[in-house]
Design a protein around this ligand. Structure first.
Ligand SMILES: [Zn+2]
Length: 328
């Protein structure tokens, strides 16, 4: 029941080093492909994930192929990839909560996991977390756009909501949590006024429900923390750039530390990034391992390149065909 790994028919396969270099350059992440992890500037010295992401993005300015991009464009690009990967990781963490804490789920577990991810980002409550959440909604809209353009049929029978629904669910919880703060975003994304009003009820109910089921699991003062292991697998050449970047921004550690500070987990578990040969993420509740495939942020980067930002002027690599993001 816990396996949510998607199939990978369209996943990038093994790519020769010279081709990998071209891909890295095209994606605007060449420094991460070529520099040894610890030879990079001290990205992990930044006290916040936001700061580490910005530092990582600024490092890309040394790439001659990105001359056409401003510093802000580089930051936006890296933030989009990190934000979508983060919200997806929190979705998987929602599955971990449900499985390990034996939480009752009224409705579909995939919806509940999506809700958990959005509520967690809202609970963090920083302008960065709110921005990241909006980026995740944007990611789902772009995924839908790509599906339309590639003729990908929506899976009405799927266990997940459709991409647009997942985007609107995020926006609904945002505007429901704070109608004043997020009204302009909801308006921009064409959430009707009438729906914005009912989103307040959606947020109140789901927030109260998650709060109630997690209440017994809040970490008590003096209660020992349960270990959450983090593992960065081998990028196997093709995905070294992503492996290095996520390691350098302490991506998994940040989520593990946040989760450990808030909850008393009944069991230890592992957050892992690895090369899977297909995009996806899942929680294996027997091994107690959350796996985020490197192909997933790769896919987010491709989505961004194809639909948000024109390639930099100097980019010599041919555009790669946009790949479908598998359900997760
Ligand atoms: Zn899921």
């Amino acid at each position: 029941m816990a396996s949510r790994r998607s199939s990978g028919a369209n996943a990038p396969g093994n790519i020769a080093p010279h081709a990998r270099r071209i891909i890295c350059a095209a994606l605007g992440i060449l420094p991460f492909c070529t520099a040894p992890i610890f030879a990079q500037p001290a990205v992990s010295d930044s006290p916040t994930l936001h700061g580490r992401i910005e530092t990582a993005a600024k490092m890309l300015q040394s790439n001659p192929r990105l001359k056409g991009l401003t510093e802000q464009q580089l930051i936006d690009r890296v933030e989009f990839v990190a934000a979508n990967t983060l919200v997806l990781l929190l979705h998987e963490l929602g599955h971990v909560h449900i499985a390990e804490m034996h939480l009752l789920v009224l409705g579909r577990e995939e919806d509940a996991a999506d809700t958990f991810a959005a509520l967690t980002m809202l609970k963090i409550g920083t302008s960065f977390s709110q921005h990241e959440l909006a980026q995740a909604a944007k990611g789902w809209f772009l995924n839908d756009l790509r599906d339309q353009q590639t003729g990908e049929k929506p899976l009405y029978y799927g266990e997940h909501n459709l991409s647009q629904q997942r985007a609107y669910q995020i926006l609904c919880l945002m505007v429901g949590s704070d109608p004043d703060k997020f009204k302009s975003l909801a308006d921009e994304m064409k959430v009707p006024e009438s729906r914005q009003k009912t989103c307040k009820r959606d947020f109140a109910k789901t927030s109260a429900a998650w709060g109630a089921v997690l209440m017994p699991w809040h970490l008590e003062p003096g209660q020992p923390e349960t270990e959450i292991k983090v593992v960065y697998g081998d990028g196997q050449g093709t995905y070294d750039a992503f492996a290095n970047m996520f390691r350098s921004i302490r991506f998994l550690e940040t989520v593990a530390e946040f989760s450990n500070e808030h909850y008393g987990w009944p069991h230890s578990f592992t957050l892992k990034m690895e090369t899977c040969n297909h995009p996806g993420a899942d929680y294996d509740d027997e091994a107690r391992v959350v796996t985020m495939c490197y192909e997933t942020p790769f896919d987010f980067a491709e989505l961004y390149r194809a639909y948000v930002e024109p390639p930099p002027v100097a980019a010599a690599a041919p555009a790669r065909a946009a790949k479908k993001r598998k359900s997760r």
